[in-house]
Ligand binder design. Structure first.
Ligand code: GLN
Length: 540
């Protein structure tokens, strides 16, 4: 029988529910329990696939091709929970399912309502997460948004019912809330938390654990007692959740306060003691990293950390393996269009051109790739970053003036990157995204093969456009080599390109950042950072 932990948020959004849920997941796994994880998002978009990363942060992609909330990235980085399409439910997807059922006549003439039809659909999503052959011991379900919002009410009502359906003894409610510090009075204020717990109680939910986000401060004993008393929670279940760096040390702070033990007590579960030796050693190694390396990341959503969340984290992981701290500086590709590339980029030890859609800033990215190629700077291209490297070589090495991707130049004389349908001269294959995990065969003797140490790998995709094989010979003649491919019926898709006559130049059509974990860094990120360290050593 699966037990359930529900995480809600109080007072403000972005209070850290995702990390708290993922951190608790890690602690439970460290005690030998198998966990499942899920995020419920109250927004009306069916999935975040079409949302602007600047507003909503990155779109995280699972193996099975679901476009999901970035919190799922935290779940995968902290735990080994298997995530899939089942792991993210939005208000839009819930209503969509209910409306489709209504159109099929499945409600047999009944009036379709929020209660019970929407709430039933929400409950069925939670059951679907834990219904398979080998269900998890504990499912952790995070509810996005803030308690008190109109949007999250159906979800909270569904949880109230769910608790009764499966038995209160099988559920634990964790409320993550802000406890602000008021400078003038020199105090942490517990009142907003009391109000937010009252709002939860109005819906019929009582938190069992409260994680207090207190900024750089910690709650004193009296403040904990006060929250416990007013919010009807045991003293030991008021957890100090002060800001902690690095991120990966947060679960260790929870562990010191026995968060896992308290949750197990509430759920009536027994489990062996935690083994966090490897995780602790990783955090120590990260903290102690002696070297520094500077990478320029060229993109258009700069100034918003969450827009490239997984890439940022993959660099932290790669740094751990190389005993260095990676200083990632986001360089605005649009600015770069007006600037001298050498001036803007020469102080960095490596250059990354990351994913992106649309035409803004493209020429700046091409300049960055050209600078890296011509000046022997390690270059790592991800998705659009591979397409950019191909366009750059086509224009500047292969003499294909005006070469481009049909995404931003539909009438280019040399469509070196284009839709598969355009390449085959077929219309109805459409411009649908290639999403999720695909096989990639690696060529021995290449950077990619050396990095992965394998002949076959699987990585996740999220793009429409592809390398155009019509230009394969023209490009290989001028030094581009293909080190990874995916075979689909008669077509071979180019997935990885490299330049042999270069210290480290590798670009991939997939998104390697989605599978990087702190204990298991992604091999290409790891080797790119190692190459950047060599580049730095040479310059020093
Ligand atoms: N816009 C490009 C495409 O659709 C690249 C997408 C990406 O970088 N994720 O193919």
């Amino acid at each position: 029988m699966t037990k359930y932990v529900f995480t809600t948020g109080g007072v403000v959004s972005s209070v850290g529910k995702g990390i708290a849920s993922a951190g608790l997941g890690l602690l439970l796994e460290s005690r030998g329990l198998r966990i499942a994880m899920m995020k419920m998002d109250p927004y009306i978009n069916v999935d975040p696939g079409t949302m602007n990363p600047f507003e909503h942060g990155e779109v995280f992609v699972t193996d099975d091709g679901a476009e999901t909330d970035l919190d799922l990235g935290h779940y995968e980085r902290f735990t080994s929970a298997k995530l899939s399409k089942k792991s993210n439910a939005t208000t839009g997807s819930v209503y969509n399912a209910v409306i489709q059922k209504e159109r099929r006549g499945e409600y047999l003439g009944k009036t379709v309502q929020v209660i019970p039809h929407i709430t039933d659909e929400i409950k069925s999503r939670i059951h679907a997460l834990t219904s398979g052959e080998d269900p998890a011991d504990v499912a952790i379900v995070e509810v996005g948004g803030t308690v008190g919002d109109i949007e999250s009410q159906p979800f909270l009502e569904a949880l109230r019912q769910f608790r009764l359906d499966v038995g209160p003894e099988n559920c634990c409610f964790v409320h993550v809330t802000l406890v602000p510090y008021i400078e003038a009075s020199g105090e942490l204020k517990t009142k907003p938390t009391q109000h937010s717990v009252r709002a939860l109680r109005d819906i019929g939910l009582q938190p069992d654990v409260i994680i207090c986000r207190t900024g750089t401060r910690r709650l004193e004993k009296e403040q904990r007692q006060k929250i416990a008393l007013f919010c009807n929670v045991t003293n030991d279940a008021i957890i100090n959740g002060e800001d902690i760096s690095p991120l990966y040390a947060i679960p260790l702070n929870f562990k010191r306060q026995n968060l896992d033990g308290i949750v197990l007590r509430i759920l009536g579960l027994e489990a062996p003691e935690s083994d966090l030796a490897e995780w602790t050693a990783m955090v120590e190694r990260l903290r102690a990293a002696p070297a520094r390396v500077r990478i320029a990341a060229v993109g258009k959503y700069v100034g918003h950390d969450d827009a490239y969340k997984s890439i940022n984290e993959a660099f932290v992981h790669a740094g751990i393996q190389n005993d260095c701290r990676v200083e990632l500086t986001w360089v605005d590709s649009e600015h770069l269009e007006q600037e001298d590339a050498a001036k803007a980029l020469e102080s960095y030890d490596g250059i990354l051109v990351g994913p992106g859609f649309g035409s803004r800033g493209i020429e700046g990215k091409i300049k960055a790739a050209q600078y890296a190629r011509e000046h022997n700077k390690p270059y790592f291209g991800i998705c659009l970053g591979m397409q950019i490297a191909v366009i750059e070589m086509a224009r500047n090495k292969a003499g294909l003036a005006g070469a481009a991707s049909t995404e931003f130049s539909p009438h280019t004389p040399h469509p070196v990157i284009s839709l598969l349908s355009e390449q085959r001269g077929v219309q109805n294959l459409g411009g649908t995204m290639r999403l999720g995990q695909y096989r990639c065969d690696l060529k021995p003797g290449t950077l990619a093969h050396a990095a992965y140490g394998a002949d076959v790998i699987y990585e996740r995709h999220r793009h429409r456009y592809e390398f155009n094989n019509v230009y394969l010979d023209a490009l290989t003649d001028v030094g581009l080599s293909v080190s990874g491919t995916h075979a689909v019926d008669i077509h071979t898709l180019v997935e990885i390109i490299e330049i042999k006559q270069h210290p480290w130049f590798c670009a991939v059509q997939f998104h390697p950042e989605f599978k990087s974990k702190p204990l298991n860094p992604q091999p290409l990120f790891r080797d790119f950072v190692a190459a950047a360290l060599r580049c730095k050593a040479k310059r020093d």
